[in-house]
Structures are given as structure tokens and as C-alpha cells.
Design a protein around this ligand. Structure first.
Ligand SMILES: [Fe+2]
Length: 277
């Protein structure tokens, strides 16, 4: 398979921690993911959540680990350019899927994602990246912003819940041998950070490092429904390493599938999407 990205794109990803890639996805993939989300809303997994507390208000819905429940997601995961691009960004010989999410923000929703980095949410350790792919065109002020270079801070921030109120799980300090801090209040100190944010067309996406801080920077609420799909992918030698108690629900699912602390991120729950040894 020939190279999809050029060297400058790969350098930009490594330096900034996030990159906007234009037009890498054919419209057929976008339509397919939309169909998948439509079906997934009707038939959610046990992990499905509405992050909006007041059920009378426009909702902010999320589900995860649904790649094998809907054929549209399965097809995308295995057959779209996603994993090949991840292999180029991470200099990987092998790419495994670690988690998929879909998000649906209903028109008028005031709920939004807090600033966070994905690395501390689950028991995964290694070199990982995330694809964020909006299924409608999105303007900067309606999208996600990434804190430039934050993947290189060498810090771990506690998990912040997406539910309204954005409660922080656990307490700052050493947990299982690693130091966790409270995420800085980025919204109150915007001038202290440099943000990456883009207008995206259908077929565009953002890839970011699993350690890069990101969240909603602006107060805007969507005027029409918003569908987004994300995947987290890991380079070879990534492992399951237990974090804090906050990850216990996801850990229980992995344990029920036969995984334990220290296992490779591979096998049934974490399929290999790309390999080139
Ligand atoms: Fe995230």
C-alpha cells in the first residue's frame, strides 16, 4: 500500500500533537458512518449514555465499543484508510483498534466535552492516536480545540466526566505508581495556551496524539444535529496497564473477555487493523 501522508504532515502531527487532514475519506465512508450512528441510536449498547442531565433538553449522546455491533462501523474500522494513516503517524508496524466512540449532539444542545486527554481514561498504555471525524461540515467555533504541544508536557491528568457538571474522577496524587494532576482550567486561562482548531469539510478529519488535551473552547450550541465518530488506535507493544478505580467499569468488561493487567492490546476486543513487518 502506498504512503497516504507526506513527511510534513507526519512532522506536524509529532510536533503539535494534532493535525487536520483534508479529504482523506471518500463520501461513501461518511454516509456509512451516519447510517451506523442512526442504527446505533435505535439499538444502543449497555455502555450508551446521555451526557445531558435534564432529559427534557436537547441531548448529547455517546456510546463506545460498538465497532462489532453494527456492520457499518466494522467495515469502516477494517477497510477505510484509518489504520494505514495511524501507522504512518506513529511509525508503527502494527495498528490495533483499542476503542471506538460515536457522539451525537442534538441541535440546541448546551452539553459539551470538557478539556481532557484520552490517555488517562482507560487502562491503556503505549503509543496511541485518535481519529476524530465529523460527519457534517464543522466550523471552528462549533468543533473541538486541541492544545498545541500538550502531548509533550509529560503529565497525566485525572479523568473528567463528560456528563453535565464535568465531575473529576479520583484525586490528584500517585495512583498505581503514576502521578495524576487535575486538568488545568483552560477555559479560564485561554490566553496562556495556543489552540489548534479548524473548519472541516465532509471527508476531512483530525488525528491527534492520545496525550493531547482537547475539548470545547467556545460557548456556541449547534443549530442542527451533529454526528461524530472517533477511534483510538495503538502501535505495537501497547499494553493493558491498570490505572485508577475510575476505569473499573471498562476494566470489568475487559476482564470478562479474559484480559488482565499487563496483557497486550490485541485479540478479540482489540483487533489488528494493519500489519506490515
Ligand atoms: Fe477525547
Amino acid at each position: 500500500m502506498s504512503q497516504i501522508l507526506n513527511d510534513n504532515e507526519i512532522k506536524e502531527f509529532k510536533k503539535n500533537g494534532a493535525i487536520h487532514l483534508k479529504g482523506k475519506f471518500d463520501i461513501k465512508w461518511i454516509e456509512k458512518l451516519k447510517e451506523g450512528i442512526h442504527k446505533a441510536k435505535i439499538n444502543p449498547s449497555p455502555r450508551f449514555t446521555n451526557h445531558t442531565k435534564d432529559e427534557k433538553l436537547p441531548s448529547y449522546l455517546e456510546d463506545f465499543w460498538t465497532w462489532n455491533l453494527h456492520e457499518e462501523f466494522t467495515d469502516f474500522v477494517y477497510n477505510s484508510p484509518t489504520a494505514k494513516i495511524a501507522s504512518e503517524l506513529l511509525d508503527a508496524k502494527k495498528i490495533n483498534l483499542v476503542m471506538d466512540n460515536w457522539f451525537f449532539r442534538e441541535a440546541g444542545s448546551k452539553s459539551k466535552p470538557p478539556f481532557h486527554h484520552d490517555i488517562s481514561y482507560f487502562d491503556f498504555e503505549g503509543s496511541m492516536c485518535v481519529i476524530w471525524i465529523p460527519l457534517e461540515p464543522v466550523k471552528k467555533q462549533d468543533g473541538i480545540a486541541w492544545v498545541k504541544g500538550s502531548h509533550l508536557w509529560n503529565k497525566l491528568f485525572l479523568r473528567t466526566r463528560f456528563n453535565d457538571g464535568h465531575k473529576v474522577d479520583g484525586e490528584a496524587g500517585i495512583v498505581n505508581g503514576k502521578k495524576y494532576e487535575i486538568t488545568p482550567d483552560i477555559l479560564k486561562n485561554k490566553k496562556d495556551y495556543e489552540f489548534l482548531e479548524w473548519d472541516l469539510e465532509v471527508g476531512d478529519c483530525v488525528y491527534f496524539d492520545i496525550r493531547t488535551l482537547h475539548g470545547a473552547l467556545h460557548e456556541t450550541t449547534p443549530k442542527s444535529d451533529v454526528n461524530r465518530f472517533t477511534l483510538r488506535m495503538a502501535k505495537e507493544n501497547s499494553k493493558i496497564i491498570y490505572r485508577g478505580d475510575w476505569a473499573r467499569e471498562e476494566r470489568a468488561i475487559m476482564e470478562a473477555n479474559g484480559y488482565k493487567n499487563g496483557d497486550d492490546l490485541s485479540g478479540k476486543m482489540f483487533p489488528t487493523l494493519y500489519e506490515n513487518y
